[in-house]
Design a protein around this ligand. Structure first.
Ligand SMILES: C[S@@+](CC[C@H](N)C(=O)[O-])C[C@H]1O[C@@H](n2cnc3c(N)ncnc32)[C@H](O)[C@@H]1O
Length: 213
Protein backbone atom coordinates (compact mmCIF):
# COMPACT_ATOMS: atom_id res chain seq x y z
CA UNK A 1 0.00 0.00 0.00
CA UNK A 2 2.86 2.39 0.87
CA UNK A 3 4.47 1.71 -2.52
CA UNK A 4 1.13 2.28 -4.30
CA UNK A 5 0.78 5.67 -2.56
CA UNK A 6 4.33 6.59 -3.56
CA UNK A 7 3.52 5.54 -7.15
CA UNK A 8 0.50 7.87 -7.16
CA UNK A 9 2.62 10.69 -5.67
CA UNK A 10 5.19 10.22 -8.47
CA UNK A 11 2.36 10.14 -11.02
CA UNK A 12 1.29 13.61 -9.84
CA UNK A 13 4.84 15.01 -9.68
CA UNK A 14 6.32 13.34 -12.77
CA UNK A 15 3.37 12.49 -14.98
CA UNK A 16 5.36 12.40 -18.25
CA UNK A 17 7.68 9.61 -17.15
CA UNK A 18 5.47 7.78 -14.62
CA UNK A 19 2.59 7.53 -17.09
CA UNK A 20 0.13 5.56 -14.90
CA UNK A 21 -1.91 6.21 -11.74
CA UNK A 22 -1.16 2.83 -10.19
CA UNK A 23 1.31 -0.05 -10.50
CA UNK A 24 0.44 -2.91 -12.87
CA UNK A 25 -1.93 -5.64 -11.65
CA UNK A 26 -0.66 -9.18 -11.10
CA UNK A 27 -2.55 -10.22 -14.25
CA UNK A 28 -0.62 -7.69 -16.32
CA UNK A 29 2.64 -8.68 -14.61
CA UNK A 30 1.90 -12.31 -15.41
CA UNK A 31 1.35 -11.55 -19.10
CA UNK A 32 4.55 -9.47 -19.19
CA UNK A 33 6.56 -12.43 -17.89
CA UNK A 34 4.88 -15.08 -20.10
CA UNK A 35 8.01 -15.77 -22.18
CA UNK A 36 10.36 -15.76 -19.19
CA UNK A 37 8.13 -18.44 -17.60
CA UNK A 38 8.87 -20.65 -20.63
CA UNK A 39 12.58 -19.87 -20.52
CA UNK A 40 15.29 -22.16 -21.91
CA UNK A 41 17.15 -24.48 -19.57
CA UNK A 42 20.35 -22.40 -19.45
CA UNK A 43 21.34 -19.14 -17.71
CA UNK A 44 19.53 -16.16 -19.22
CA UNK A 45 19.96 -12.39 -19.19
CA UNK A 46 16.91 -10.31 -18.30
CA UNK A 47 16.45 -6.53 -18.56
CA UNK A 48 13.50 -4.70 -17.02
CA UNK A 49 12.98 -1.13 -18.24
CA UNK A 50 10.89 1.23 -16.09
CA UNK A 51 10.27 -1.14 -13.14
CA UNK A 52 8.64 1.59 -10.99
CA UNK A 53 7.79 0.18 -7.54
CA UNK A 54 8.39 -3.40 -8.73
CA UNK A 55 4.94 -4.82 -9.60
CA UNK A 56 6.39 -6.76 -12.56
CA UNK A 57 9.80 -7.22 -10.91
CA UNK A 58 8.07 -9.17 -8.16
CA UNK A 59 7.11 -11.78 -10.78
CA UNK A 60 10.51 -11.69 -12.53
CA UNK A 61 12.54 -12.41 -9.37
CA UNK A 62 10.54 -15.62 -8.81
CA UNK A 63 11.46 -16.89 -12.29
CA UNK A 64 15.22 -16.33 -12.01
CA UNK A 65 17.68 -19.18 -11.43
CA UNK A 66 21.34 -19.42 -10.42
CA UNK A 67 23.61 -18.03 -13.13
CA UNK A 68 20.98 -15.66 -14.58
CA UNK A 69 21.70 -11.92 -14.86
CA UNK A 70 18.98 -9.33 -14.07
CA UNK A 71 19.42 -5.62 -14.86
CA UNK A 72 16.77 -3.02 -14.00
CA UNK A 73 16.89 0.45 -15.58
CA UNK A 74 14.82 3.09 -13.76
CA UNK A 75 15.29 6.84 -14.09
CA UNK A 76 13.25 7.85 -11.02
CA UNK A 77 15.51 7.83 -7.90
CA UNK A 78 12.55 7.43 -5.57
CA UNK A 79 11.44 4.22 -7.36
CA UNK A 80 15.06 3.00 -7.49
CA UNK A 81 15.24 3.43 -3.68
CA UNK A 82 12.10 1.30 -3.24
CA UNK A 83 13.54 -1.41 -5.53
CA UNK A 84 16.89 -1.48 -3.72
CA UNK A 85 15.11 -1.72 -0.35
CA UNK A 86 13.16 -4.74 -1.60
CA UNK A 87 16.38 -6.42 -2.78
CA UNK A 88 17.65 -5.94 0.81
CA UNK A 89 14.50 -6.85 2.77
CA UNK A 90 12.10 -9.05 0.78
CA UNK A 91 13.12 -12.76 0.96
CA UNK A 92 12.11 -13.60 -2.65
CA UNK A 93 14.10 -10.61 -3.91
CA UNK A 94 17.06 -11.18 -1.55
CA UNK A 95 17.63 -14.62 -3.05
CA UNK A 96 18.52 -13.06 -6.43
CA UNK A 97 20.05 -9.79 -5.16
CA UNK A 98 23.63 -10.84 -5.95
CA UNK A 99 22.78 -11.37 -9.63
CA UNK A 100 20.60 -8.23 -9.94
CA UNK A 101 21.45 -4.55 -10.36
CA UNK A 102 19.31 -1.41 -10.37
CA UNK A 103 20.76 1.18 -12.80
CA UNK A 104 19.46 4.67 -12.07
CA UNK A 105 19.47 6.29 -15.51
CA UNK A 106 17.26 6.71 -18.56
CA UNK A 107 17.29 3.64 -20.80
CA UNK A 108 18.61 5.76 -23.68
CA UNK A 109 21.86 6.24 -21.68
CA UNK A 110 22.20 2.66 -20.45
CA UNK A 111 25.22 0.75 -21.79
CA UNK A 112 24.56 -3.01 -21.55
CA UNK A 113 27.47 -5.44 -21.31
CA UNK A 114 25.79 -8.02 -23.55
CA UNK A 115 22.52 -8.93 -25.30
CA UNK A 116 19.37 -9.91 -23.37
CA UNK A 117 17.19 -12.99 -23.75
CA UNK A 118 14.21 -11.13 -22.27
CA UNK A 119 13.51 -7.40 -22.15
CA UNK A 120 10.40 -6.39 -20.20
CA UNK A 121 9.38 -2.76 -20.59
CA UNK A 122 6.85 -0.72 -18.63
CA UNK A 123 7.70 2.56 -20.38
CA UNK A 124 4.81 4.99 -21.07
CA UNK A 125 5.59 5.54 -24.76
CA UNK A 126 2.45 7.64 -25.32
CA UNK A 127 3.94 10.41 -23.15
CA UNK A 128 7.24 10.65 -25.04
CA UNK A 129 8.33 12.73 -28.05
CA UNK A 130 8.17 10.68 -31.29
CA UNK A 131 11.95 10.69 -31.77
CA UNK A 132 12.44 9.27 -28.28
CA UNK A 133 9.91 6.47 -28.92
CA UNK A 134 11.75 5.55 -32.12
CA UNK A 135 15.12 5.73 -30.36
CA UNK A 136 14.12 3.63 -27.33
CA UNK A 137 12.21 1.02 -29.32
CA UNK A 138 15.12 0.59 -31.75
CA UNK A 139 17.61 0.44 -28.87
CA UNK A 140 15.58 -2.21 -27.01
CA UNK A 141 15.19 -4.37 -30.14
CA UNK A 142 18.92 -4.24 -30.85
CA UNK A 143 19.74 -5.07 -27.20
CA UNK A 144 17.95 -8.39 -27.70
CA UNK A 145 19.75 -11.68 -28.24
CA UNK A 146 18.81 -12.96 -31.76
CA UNK A 147 16.38 -15.42 -30.09
CA UNK A 148 15.25 -12.89 -27.51
CA UNK A 149 11.81 -11.40 -26.80
CA UNK A 150 10.83 -7.82 -25.93
CA UNK A 151 7.55 -7.64 -23.97
CA UNK A 152 5.94 -4.23 -23.49
CA UNK A 153 2.54 -3.08 -22.36
CA UNK A 154 0.30 -0.29 -23.54
CA UNK A 155 -3.11 0.81 -22.33
CA UNK A 156 -5.94 -0.25 -24.66
CA UNK A 157 -7.32 2.23 -27.19
CA UNK A 158 -5.51 5.25 -25.65
CA UNK A 159 -3.87 6.35 -28.91
CA UNK A 160 -6.99 6.04 -31.11
CA UNK A 161 -8.84 8.27 -28.59
CA UNK A 162 -6.01 10.75 -27.94
CA UNK A 163 -5.33 10.97 -31.68
CA UNK A 164 -8.70 12.69 -32.11
CA UNK A 165 -8.93 14.99 -29.08
CA UNK A 166 -6.84 17.87 -27.77
CA UNK A 167 -4.52 20.31 -29.49
CA UNK A 168 -3.38 19.72 -33.06
CA UNK A 169 0.31 19.24 -32.21
CA UNK A 170 -0.63 16.70 -29.55
CA UNK A 171 -2.93 14.80 -31.94
CA UNK A 172 -0.15 14.68 -34.51
CA UNK A 173 2.38 13.44 -31.93
CA UNK A 174 0.05 10.63 -30.85
CA UNK A 175 -0.72 9.62 -34.45
CA UNK A 176 2.99 9.50 -35.28
CA UNK A 177 3.65 7.29 -32.23
CA UNK A 178 0.80 5.03 -33.35
CA UNK A 179 2.44 4.73 -36.76
CA UNK A 180 5.91 3.99 -35.27
CA UNK A 181 4.56 1.32 -32.95
CA UNK A 182 2.19 -0.30 -35.46
CA UNK A 183 5.05 -0.59 -37.96
CA UNK A 184 7.16 -2.36 -35.32
CA UNK A 185 4.26 -4.61 -34.30
CA UNK A 186 3.58 -5.64 -37.90
CA UNK A 187 7.25 -6.50 -38.47
CA UNK A 188 8.27 -8.06 -35.17
CA UNK A 189 5.20 -9.12 -33.14
CA UNK A 190 4.97 -12.76 -32.08
CA UNK A 191 1.96 -12.39 -29.78
CA UNK A 192 -0.45 -9.92 -28.16
CA UNK A 193 -2.11 -10.54 -24.78
CA UNK A 194 -5.33 -8.81 -23.66
CA UNK A 195 -5.39 -7.96 -19.94
CA UNK A 196 -8.72 -6.59 -18.73
CA UNK A 197 -8.01 -6.75 -14.99
CA UNK A 198 -5.76 -3.71 -14.76
CA UNK A 199 -6.25 0.04 -14.32
CA UNK A 200 -6.69 0.77 -17.18
CA UNK A 201 -6.97 -2.49 -19.24
CA UNK A 202 -3.85 -3.14 -21.30
CA UNK A 203 -2.34 -5.06 -24.17
CA UNK A 204 1.02 -6.76 -23.85
CA UNK A 205 2.92 -6.79 -27.11
CA UNK A 206 5.65 -9.42 -27.48
CA UNK A 207 8.25 -8.65 -30.18
CA UNK A 208 11.17 -10.66 -31.54
CA UNK A 209 14.63 -9.48 -32.65
CA UNK A 210 14.61 -7.70 -36.07
CA UNK A 211 17.00 -10.34 -37.51
CA UNK A 212 14.62 -13.17 -36.56
CA UNK A 213 12.19 -12.52 -39.48
C1 LIG B 1 3.95 3.13 -16.30
S1 LIG B 1 5.26 3.09 -15.09
C2 LIG B 1 5.45 1.32 -14.99
C3 LIG B 1 5.94 0.86 -13.64
C4 LIG B 1 5.95 -0.67 -13.43
N1 LIG B 1 6.69 -1.37 -14.47
C5 LIG B 1 4.56 -1.23 -13.34
O1 LIG B 1 4.18 -1.94 -14.29
O2 LIG B 1 3.86 -0.98 -12.35
C6 LIG B 1 6.64 3.65 -16.08
C7 LIG B 1 8.00 3.57 -15.39
O3 LIG B 1 9.00 3.88 -16.37
C8 LIG B 1 9.98 4.75 -15.78
N2 LIG B 1 10.61 5.48 -16.92
C9 LIG B 1 10.04 6.42 -17.71
N3 LIG B 1 10.89 6.82 -18.67
C10 LIG B 1 12.03 6.08 -18.49
C11 LIG B 1 13.27 6.02 -19.18
N4 LIG B 1 13.52 6.79 -20.25
N5 LIG B 1 14.21 5.15 -18.75
C12 LIG B 1 13.98 4.35 -17.66
N6 LIG B 1 12.82 4.38 -16.96
C13 LIG B 1 11.85 5.23 -17.37
C14 LIG B 1 9.16 5.60 -14.83
O4 LIG B 1 9.94 6.25 -13.87
C15 LIG B 1 8.21 4.56 -14.25
O5 LIG B 1 8.81 3.88 -13.20
Amino acid sequence: MRDTLEFFRQFRQRFETTGAVAPSSRFLASAMTRHLRHRPNRPVRVLEVGPGTGAVTNHIVRLLRDGDRFDLVELNESFAGILNRRFSNDPAWQSVASQSKVHVCPIQEFKPDGPYDFIISGLPFNNFPCALVEDILGTCLTMLHPDGILSMFEYMYVRPVRGFVGKRAERERIRKIESILQTAFQKHRVRRDWVFVNIPPAWVQHLKHPAAE
